[in-house]
Design a protein around this ligand. Sequence first.
Ligand code: PHE
Ligand code: ZN
Length: 868
Amino acid sequence: MRPEDAAPRADQTTRLVDYRAPDWLVEETRLNFDLQPTATRVTATLKVKRNGTGPADFRLDGHSMRLLSAAIDGRPVPAEAMIEGEESLTVSAAALPESARESGFEWTCVTEIDPSANTALEGLYMSSGMYCTQCEAEGFRKITFYPDRPDVMARFEVRIEGDAPVLLSNGNLVASGALRDGRRFAEWRDPWPKPSYLFALVAGDLVSHDDRFTTQSGREVALRIWVRPGDEDRCAYAMDALKRSMKWDEEVYGREYDLDLFQIVAVDDFNMGAMENKGLNIFNSKYVLASPETATDADYARIEAIIAHEYFHNWTGDRITCRDWFQLCLKEGLTVFRDQQFSADQRSAPVCRIADVATLRARQFREDSGPLAHPVRPEAYVEINNFYTATVYEKGAELIRMLRLLVGASSYRAALDLYFDRHDGEACTIEDWLRVFEDATGRDLSHFALWYSQAGTPRVSVKEDYDQGVYTLTLAQETKPTPGQREKRPLVIPCAYGFLDADGRNLGEDGLLVLDKAEQSFRFDLPERPVASLFRNFSAPAIVERRISPADRAILMGHDTDPFNRWEAARAFALSIAGELADGGGRIDPDWIAALRTTVTDESLDPAFRALVLALPGDDEIAGEIAAKGGVVDPDAIHHALDQMAETLAEATAPTLRELRAKMAVTGPYAPDAESAGRRSLANAALALLTHVDGGEAAEAAFSKADNMTDSLAALRALVHRGAPGAERALMDFRDRWRSDLLVMDKWLMVQATSPAPGALDRVKALAETDFNWRNPNRFRSLIAAFAAGNPVGFHAADGAGYRFFADWLIAMDDANPQTAARTAGAFETWRRYGERRQALIRTELERIMAKPGISKDMGEIVGRILE
Ligand code: PHE
Ligand code: ZN
């Protein structure tokens, strides 16, 4: 064996334009695992077939393993016939036996891996004593040598031998039993061809929560959620969400489940939320386990959404997968859109939409406006793990939502039927996806396709004119340059609209107009000057710039039939006040307080909606607005402005807030349904405000009488974030009660990490030193990442201590787990928004990270792009 290339590759970039179909396909993959914590042996036998004609090298991906032996058609491959690269193994075409070159062959290799040392949590690793795998995107190549790319789909047969009582893999169980020395075996067969990234294996001391589901065609499916002994009683909600998801996908998309068994496993150490491995989803335990005492309403909603998301991947991801990783949004954008539709159907649709848009703006707009901006379908990457982003996921979902709006709901369904029909069993591209819509509707979508390749959030400016019965609406669009993309073209931007009259009644017809040029005017005959409600339900992922009078805003806020725009009007009001205050001017308009009071006491409105209206904008949201207008962001000034607003609002409305709390009280035992969750969210929004004026009295009372985690945590947060006298006592009580439940303790860490009260950094430092398992991604995110991303005042402390602390941790984490470290480093992406002094301090830290010996590809790419 000799190194593939003596010199390191200068360019580690993978590009979409370089895509080539695989030279070799795999028809069958047999895997044999002999599990040992430090030396697991994997025997892989692949039935390989030539794809194309002529001689081709047989190249496999692989690294971080020991190759023990390799054979072709049962004959050992001599060492000199194999070229072992840093991340590959190649048998040259010339070294392949004559018969194998055209017709294919059987490849067998034995590798040895060390799951106990795998802290990157990619490939086969151990978590709390159990074995588990994570193969998306390129983790399978750490298990065996393989063409580890999604366009190679094979049928898998897996045999596992180990000490653990439970041995799981994809598909159906075909055999299991006892072996010598207390060891056991299990054999699994997955009938559906799949790419290697969907492979999964789990082995451990697990117990299952079981149920069943009968599909629409009458097939019985066994459902199992596997957890550690002791957690069985926290699975009921996830199981219920799973059954509702299965039913919903049949009813809304006509998709039925396709195996006799569907399993979910909860693991404690996981880089992401969950993973859609065929028939064996693996979840971060945080998104499975729930009980009233330990999970908040928000946790329940997240669990429901993620269970649905992973289940929906069975069709949009597993049955139809991606040709290559540039097409990631093909499965993720669509599956996020589907899970959003599901949640909207299960709960209040407007409330879900508002929450989704708030997340999109906070994460994706932020990404799109900074150094990490990239198209929904990127064209180049160094490390694909860095592209599991808000842009690919959330903006990807928005593109599908726009498509559906443009073609209409029934054409959308017809296009999806065609998609499943035409592409089942294939690995597809965005071109395939759009062609399905073109064929099903007869539309030309070539202009719309620009959304997939052009990065950046378009800004739409609105001009209005009313003259002699004619209302003219002029929309103009512009997208600012993003890294590597200076020139921007006009996009296809759907705008759902309606008109109100001066009393807030409907005026004229609602409709949809489409802006597809740099500037366009639209004329409407209307009997009076309308108050236009534009981009209803957030009909396009754009930033709308519009000058609107306070009176018109009040009409929209009070009367728009589109709840999203009612909320939007309230948000715009609060944002403008906060922006002016942070800038050292402005005042707190009493009309804002009056309008809020009217809305939050309007009993015809859903309490959850009212809670959203009552919530003030976040620090980072205001920072984004200031930066977009070319201002310098001062985190202390923003925080002070928000404090002033909260205090003034609370002073003016304290009796109303107390009354609201009384009215919203939920009686009877806790239930996580949307209705009671909405009541709690309004009561707790009121509580947070009240804490600004009552010294924490109400929050202390609420904390001591809370019988569920939602109320308990809301009260704790109110006390701690205000630095109220009762805060320390509550923190101690909480810790004493929950110290052995790490998922609950994550909440306790996060409340402290995100506290704007003085001394947060010292507190975080102290917490990081005591009994803190930082290698666990949930712990790391709850303390270190939460401090950097959720504590603007502490993180941006003028002396740079917050930056230094954070960079130290990124450096430590990069050695253990590059993927989680690099993702967390995104907290620095907005650094150019701040003043010169802060920028200089951040630059020092970014350069220090870059200079770290042995920096990972993941971190090098992210920090490099941030610095550029
Ligand atoms: N594909 C997973 C999902 O969206 C996310 C994921 C990506 C999980 C990479 C782990 C690793 O559901
Ligand atoms: Zn997904």
